[in-house]
Design a binder for this molecule. Structure first.
Ligand code: C5P
Length: 219
C-alpha cells in the first residue's frame, strides 16, 4: 500500500512501554510490545514521510528508513519528543507511557527486610497532552485502550487532551491490542468517526495514515 500520500511530511511517533526505575536493577513497566507504533513507522516511510520514532524498550527491529531514538522512562521520552517536535507535521502518541514513576529512585539495590514495603509514586507528564498544548503544534493523534464504553472515553480523551484525532481499541476483545499482531480501531475526530475492522497492524497502519493524510496541512 505504498503511496505518496505523506510525501514531504515529517511525522514523529512514540511507541512501546516506558520503564520507570525503582532502584539500579528494578523497574515498573507494562506489556506493550510496540508493534502498532512500529507498523505505523514502517507504513509512514512507505507513504513518503520522514519518520522519527521515539521508542521505549522493545525487541523490534527498526523499520528501514526510520530515525529511531531509544528511551527508557516517560521523562526521557518527553525530552526526546520535545527536542524535535517543532519540525513535525504529525505527532502520533502510540506509546504505553507509565502513568506514574517512583518518587525517590534508590541509589543502591533495595534489600529485603520487612514483610511489606511501600513505594511512593508520582504522576508522569502526559507527553501527548504536552504536545497538543503547544502553540504551533503538529496534527496530534492519540491512542486509547479501553475495555468498555469505547466511544465515550475516546471522545472524552479527544476533548480533554485537545487532540485532532484518537484511535481507540477495545482491549477486552481477545486477540486485539496489546502484544497481538492484529487489531481493530475506532477512529474519532471532532467532526466524525470511522471504524477500521480487525486486520493485521500493518494494514491498519496504512488505513489510519491515509485517514490522517486527508486531514493534515503540511508545514
Ligand atoms: O490517558 P491515556 O493514557 O488513556 O491516553 C492514552 C494516550 O495518551 C496514548 O496516545 C498515549 O501514548 C498518550 N500518553 C502520553 N503520556 C502519558 C500517558 C498517555 O503520551 N503520560
Amino acid at each position: 500500500q505504498a503511496s505518496s500520500a505523506l510525501q514531504g511530511v515529517k511525522l514523529m511517533l512514540t511507541a512501546g512501554p516506558t520503564r520507570e526505575a525503582i532502584d539500579p536493577v528494578r523497574y515498573i513497566s507494562n506489556h506493550s510490545s510496540g508493534k502498532m507504533g512500529f507498523a505505523l513507522a514502517e507504513a509512514a516511510v512507505a507513504m513518503g514521510a520522514e519518520v522519527t520514532l521515539v521508542s521505549g524498550p522493545v525487541t523490534l527491529a527498526t523499520p528501514r528508513g526510520v530515525s529511531r531514538i531509544n528511551v527508557d522512562s516517560a521523562e526521557q521520552m518527553l525530552t526526546a519528543v520535545m527536542q524535535h517536535i517543532d519540525q513535525q507535521d504529525i505527532f502520533i502518541g502510540c506509546a504505553a507511557v507509565a502513568d506514574y514513576r517512583v518518587a525517590d529512585v534508590a541509589a543502591g539495590k533495595i534489600k529485603k527486610s520487612s514483610e511489606t514495603m511501600q513505594l511512593a509514586l508520582v504522576r508522569n507528564p502526559d507527553i501527548l497532552a504536552t504536545v497538543a498544548a503547544l502553540e504551533a503544534r503538529p496534527f496530534t493523534v492519540g491512542f486509547a485502550a479501553e475495555t468498555h464504553d469505547v466511544e465515550t472515553y475516546a471522545r472524552d480523551k479527544l476533548k480533554r487532551k485537545n487532540l485532532d484525532m484518537i484511535a481507540a481499541n477495545d482491549v477486552s476483545v481477545p486477540g486485539q491490542g496489546f502484544n497481538s499482531d492484529t487489531n481493530a480501531l475506532r477512529v474519532f475526530w471532532p467532526q466524525g468517526n470511522q471504524d477500521l475492522p480487525a486486520t493485521d497492524k500493518l494494514s491498519l497502519a496504512y488505513q489510519l495514515l491515509s485517514l490522517i493524510s486527508t486531514k493534515i496541512t503540511k508545514k
